[in-house]
Design a protein around this ligand. Structure first.
Ligand code: F6R
Length: 621
């Protein structure tokens, strides 16, 4: 989604800002812009629709926008179409304030009314322009006091980075429900929406919290709470490998990240398994005996990982776990749900979230708005929260009781690959850890097989040409079905999502048993059906389902375990994954589906790393 950077220093701001915006391009955007406070104190804004390169050309790489403090933005449209006018920064009508914004201001219509009644007029369709003007309206010459007043009036989510007319040495920033960090460096000080924008200049950062107002100059970064008291914070040292943000010879980040999976899985699991196969999960100390309910939450692919986690926990721990989309769950269990009568004298059977509930949240970015909201909601009811997150120091990681980090490294391609398999490896480890804590006999085969996964993934990557040839064969298909049962069902869902988002092909995934209940009517001569069939006890059922679609004309690619040669009698194409523990199969069966999504997009000539309409980190509802 939108990318933000701000700089205050002794050098020209724009080169740093353009460099930072380039690092944020991966988040997805449709327009870009910059603003500085010129040496005469006037605010200068330049912005346009399209890629960053268009902006670079427009401002001659910064030569025509001079100033030592500045702000920059890549916009992913929410209010108003992508256009030059709707692009950020927005400047207030009187030219006193310019700002960039990430998020949504929910009460902007009410604020607009106040401004209109006071003679303000607007150029764009955005909620952001309203905030610039509200700041302008209340500006009393003291930026901190003005920001303090205005944020008390705003509803919704925002990261705002603001410059003021006449203040040639400072920028200001504030956040609510969307990410913001500040970076301290020798070349000047920064704020940004994302660590990636700053790591080439500094690894020393402050992680800013909601309602903290940050004042950045070339000498220092001051942080204030909502009452304008100074806040002291420890510096957070970022340990990212800078190479994650480079393609290193690959055509696309997605392909690079597919190939990085063996390393990512190894890094995620190795330090957590001792030589004698004990599981060491960071500082997690779960009192499982007092947990009677488990919810697993996530969005998109992270939700599919949650489905796999549910199967693994239920099979391993003999307890049921419910998985839900964060965006649904947050309202199912929100404040508006029915309350127990405090005077009721019978046995209280409120089965909703409470102190004996464990909520597991899965998120690559750690900044997904709905997952953050669900986390905050369940904490109100005293639930224990455990998150599985990739981005160190992100909001979900910070606000959960426990966090276990995946060690995938920065994921740049919008379509997740290495973060997903790292998450899968961790949830399988977590399920085994929980089972042992609950007194189940250790499943050492699972651990031994998990350790073999990185090498097996490496081998699947070496044979990617096979999948590339299938992608070539079906490059004109406009509908593809994915089916699976049990642990193969989330894999089918992930395969369909990969194809949809990278290649814009209509792809549907079904639990194979559901085909006869409706979707089979869509199968016709030549429809491609990709069937994932790795679960021994469900294999024969899958073969029957495959026969049903075959007899209606489908062309079927079966992904199954080595040795299941009977698949060749029914499938048109068979792709074998190496033998592994039944619970771990998603770690292998998802690889050909990622490759299929990737090559289908490349062969269609699409921008695989930045698919249309999508953003890497979804920080609004
Ligand atoms: C799909 C994809 C998305 C994310 C989802 C959640 O390839 O990447 O579906 O999985 O937006 O994002 P995180 O994991 O950052 O919470």
């Amino acid at each position: 989604m939108c990318g933000i950077i701000g700089y205050a220093g002794k050098n020209q701001a724009i080169p740093f800002i353009l460099d930072g915006l380039a690092k944020l391009e991966y988040r997805g955007y449709d327009s870009a812009g910059v603003a500085v406070v010129g040496s005469d104190g006037n605010l200068v804004v330049e912005k346009c629709k399209g890629r960053l390169q268009v902006l670079r050309e427009k401002i001659a790489n910064g030569d025509i926008v001079q100033g030592c403090v500045g702000i920059g933005h890549t916009r992913w449209a929410t209010h108003g179409e992508p256009s030059d006018i709707n692009a950020h920064p927005h400047i207030s009508m009187n030219g006193k304030v310019a700002l960039v914004h990430n998020g949504i201001i929910e009460n902007y219509i009410d604020l607009k009314k106040i401004l209109s009644e006071n003679g303000y007029t607007f150029k764009s369709d955005t909620d952001t322009e309203i905030v610039a003007n509200i700041l302008d309206f209340y500006y009393n010459g003291n930026p901190l006091e003005t920001i303090q007043k205005v944020i008390k009036m705003l509803r919704g989510s925002y990261t705002l980075v603001i410059i003021f007319e006449g203040i040639t040495d400072k920028i200001y920033a504030v956040r609510k429900n969307t990410p913001l960090i500040a970076g301290i460096s020798k070349v000047g000080n920064f704020v940004a929406s994302d660590i990636a924008a700053l790591v080439s200049h500094t690894r020393d950062m402050y992680l800013l919290e909601d309602d903290e107002i940050t004042e950045v100059s070339s000498e220092k970064i001051n942080i204030y709470d909502i009452d304008l008291n100074c806040v002291k914070k420890d510096i957070f040292k970022v340990d990212w490998d800078i190479k994650s943000a480079e393609k290193e010879g690959y055509d696309h980040f997605m392909l690079k990240e597919i190939h990085e999976q063996p390393r990512a899985i190894r890094d995620t699991i190795n330090s957590r398994i001792s030589d004698n196969n004990e599981i060491i999960l960071d500082n997690i100390d779960l009192d499982l005996e007092n947990i009677d309910k488990i919810y697993i939450l996530g969005c998109g692919s992270a939700y599919y990982v949650g489905m796999a986690a549910k199967y693994a926990i239920e099979k391993s721990c003999g307890m049921s776990a419910e998985v839900d989309l964060s965006s649904e769950f947050r309202y199912r269990f929100g404040e508006n749900t029915r309350k127990m009568n405090p005077n009721f004298s019978g046995v209280k059977r409120d089965l909703r979230v409470n102190k004996s509930t464990l909520v597991i949240l899965i998120s690559q970015s750690g900044e997904t708005a709905d997952t953050i909201a669900a986390l905050r909601e369940v904490k109100k009811y005293g639930a224990k929260t455990l998150s599985i997150v990739n981005v160190v120091g992100s909001t979900i990681a910070r606000e959960s009781d426990y966090v276990i980090y995946t060690r995938a490294g920065q994921e740049v391609a919008v379509a997740t690959t290495k973060a997903l398999t790292s998450q899968l490896s961790l949830v399988f480890l977590l399920a085994e850890y929980m089972a042992r804590k609950l007194g189940f006999i250790e499943d050492t085969t699972l651990i031994e097989d998990l350790k073999k996964i990185p090498e097996q993934v490496e081998n699947l990557n070496k044979s990617e040409n096979k999948i590339k040839s299938y992608a070539e064969k079906f490059k004109t298909s406009d509908t593809v079905f994915f089916v699976g049962r049990g642990m193969d069902y989330p894999v089918a869902l992930e395969g369909a999502l990969k194809l949809k988002e990278t290649s814009y092909v209509h792809a549907e995934a079904y639990a194979a048993g559901e085909l006869k209940h409706g979707p089979i009517s869509l199968v016709e001569e030549g429809t491609l059906v990709i069937a994932v069939a790795t679960q021994d006890e469900l294999y024969e059922k899958m073969i029957s389902n495959i026969q049903e679609v075959k007899s209606r004309g489908a062309t079927v690619l079966i992904i199954t375990n080595e040795g299941n040669t009977s698949a060749e009698k029914v499938g048109d194409m068979v792709y074998y994954i190496p033998k592994t523990h039944e619970l771990l199969t998603p770690l292998l069966s998802v690889i050909p589906l990622q490759q299929f999504g990737y090559y289908s997009a490349v062969l269609r000539g699409l921008d695989v790393d930045k698919p249309r309409n999508l953003a890497k980190s979804v920080v609004v509802e």
